[in-house]
Design a binder for this molecule. Structure first.
Ligand SMILES: Nc1ncnc2c1ncn2[C@@H]1O[C@H](COP(=O)(O)OP(=O)(O)O)[C@@H](O)[C@H]1O
Ligand SMILES: N[C@@H](CC(=O)OP(=O)(O)O)C(=O)O
Length: 523
């Protein structure tokens, strides 16, 4: 049923030369990562068909995120983070209730899907053990009155452990021999915050691959959580870290393909929930995919791309609800004959394939690729009160924002004025303190309820008039632009608008610049 994976399923022109087979049984590794809501809602598809349909051609590795039975917001990782926060409140028992909710959620999932009573009993015992340990850990934290970033990571790790227990149990129930692999303790070397560089990621790839390779003929079911990462996984890598774990495993095993399974057919020209005419993109470059991810279309963790693409391993986004769909392939824009660290060279796609997918003769599309919205954005305006130009103005602003951990998404400046769009999840208290401190250098005001609208495309910098068309389109729809940032990234034009107009803006831009690309941009 499922399209054959890997380079074999790419059009012949963009197939990558087959490498010598280093794996047992003459099959190449295929790494499949499943998102939390996919595991929560479509575990039968995953264990019943998706994993098994690739086992005849490949050695499959399954990487799991923590389970979310409805939305990520209500999922296990968020519950765990809430439990950790409530354990810090003296005499609160809320975290005990949260651990019980997590326990019952996983026990219920196991009971619903696993029919073999022995397997079910084993999984129930594992879930209970993990939840008992978690409860004891949180109780100890409450007594000490402290949860370090590392302790927070240890708590969060339980989500991926429990998820893997259920997925492995269900695969066993369906006749697939599995091996639970936790990546929590495979990092033995000590790294500090300054060493989060490529050497660190190379070390992780080797360590992860070594852990996975020990499973023999069994299908490894691997926690997408890994640790300990300098500065903590949550702050150094951030949410969505399982994509990166899967990517590093794929690199370490020299996998044929990394598949990221979600509940969407792939990457679209706009969020398909918000733009009904959004088109599925068959191919996209890693740079475009990263830019979309940073600016609101969180289809894949941005750190993932660089690791996998360096090793010339294709990434494919696929849908657990529609496994037969081809998905979107993230394909690197490499000149012909470029060699990667592992010595591979990738032939460029043929002009026919490129043109069919909206690209010109290299991987530069002749039109924008996609539009995206990031909402819950604030604008911070600072107007210097100095009469003469001060070179310390910017340094002071960034120093203050850094002190309060406030990240800047977009910026627009003159010598004495600066406007910044600040991304989601801003802590109101930190923001108050930062503003207080910034008032010593000028007048400060903040606008909430804003959104960043970004038009992304590999060839934007060479597309004369494209920003004019974008802003004209918004003007015609009466959408006011609060801030413009263009040129920082050559593949992205962004502006800040009211959040209440974001969906309308995305739709008018899509209609005007992305809907009929074949006719709009032909010479
Ligand atoms: N350009 C885009 N292409 C595809 N999906 C997008 C895009 N922008 C936003 N999305 C949204 O991202 C979500 C990602 O898929 P989902 O499976 O829900 O995520 P997760 O694996 O994190 O649970 C989809 O619900 C989709 O609506
Ligand atoms: N469970 C983690 C890790 C993750 O990668 O999740 P997902 O694959 O569902 O985006 C989180 O919520 O951040």
């Amino acid at each position: 049923m499922t399209a054959s994976p890997l380079r074999k399923s790419l059009p012949p022109h963009i197939q990558v030369e087959q490498q010598p087979d280093h794996s047992h049984g003459h099959k190449r590794w295929l790494v499949q990562k499943f998102g939390g809501t996919s595991i929560g809602k479509f575990i039968e598809n995953i264990a019943g068909t998706i994993v098994q349909s690739y086992m005849s051609t490949n050695r499959v590795v399954v990487v799991c995120s923590a389970r979310s039975s409805e939305t990520k917001q209500l999922g296990t990782t968020n519950r765990l983070l809430r439990a950790a926060a409530s354990a810090l409140v003296p005499s609160s028992i809320e975290f005990i209730e949260t651990v019980q909710e997590i326990r019952f959620d996983h026990l219920a999932a196991a009971k619903k899907h696993i029919t073999d009573q022995d397997i079910l009993k084993r999984v129930q015992d594992e879930v209970n053990q993990d939840c008992d340990r978690l409860k004891a850990f949180l109780e100890a934290a409450q007594i000490i009155g402290e949860i370090s970033p590392r302790s927070n990571d240890i708590i969060m790790a339980v989500g991926e452990r429990l998820s893997c227990r259920i997925v492995a149990g269900l695969l066993e129930d369906r006749g697939v021999e599995t091996q639970f692999v936790s990546l929590e303790n495979v990092i033995e070397a000590v790294f500090d915050l300054n060493s989060l560089d490529q050497n660190f990621y190379d070390y992780l790839s080797r360590a992860f691959a070594a852990a996975v390779s020990k499973c023999g003929h069994r299908v490894p079911v691997v926690t997408g959580f890994f640790g300990p990462v300098p500065g903590s996984l949550l702050s150094s890598i951030g949410r969505g870290y399982t994509d990166l774990a899967a990517a590093l495993i794929a690199v370490g095993l020299d996998a044929e393909e990394l598949q990221v399974w979600k509940e969407v057919d792939g990457i679209f020209t706009a969020d398909p929930r918000k733009v009904k005419d959004a088109r599925l993109l068959n191919i996209i470059t890693p740079e475009e995919a990263s830019e979309l991810t940073y600016y609101g279309s969180e289809v894949i963790h941005p750190f993932t791309m660089e690791q996998v693409i360096r090793a010339q391993i294709p990434i494919r986004i696929k849908n657990v609800i529609n496994p037969a769909g081809a998905g979107t392939i993230i394909f690197p824009d490499q000149p012909s004959g470029t060699c990667t660290p592992n010595g591979r060279s990738t032939p460029p796609p043929s002009s026919k394939v490129l043109l069919e997918n909206g690209y010109h003769l290299d991987l530069s599309r002749r039109h924008p690729t996609a539009v995206t919205i990031k909402d819950n954005v604030w604008i911070l305006n600072i107007h210097s009160n100095r009469k003469s130009v001060s070179h310390g103005f910017f340094a002071q602003i960034f120093g203050t924002l850094d002190q309060y951990g406030i990240a800047v998404d977009l910026i627009s400046t003159s010598e004495v004025h600066i406007s910044m769009a600040l991304g989601a999840n801003i802590n109101e208290n930190d923001m108050e303190k930062a503003m207080e401190s910034l008032r010593s250098i000028g007048t400060v005001d903040v606008m909430k309820g804003m959104a960043i609208l970004s038009l992304v495309g590999k060839q934007m910098k060479n597309m004369v008039g494209i920003s004019g068309r974008m802003f004209n389109t918004l003007a015609k729809a009466n959408i006011n632009i609060e801030m413009i940032s263009q040129g920082a990234s050559e593949i992205n034009i962004s502006c800040v608008i009211l959040e209440s107009q974001a969906i309308q803006a995305m739709n008018v831009i899509h209609d005007e610049l992305l809907k009929n690309v074949g006719t709009l941009y032909e010479d």
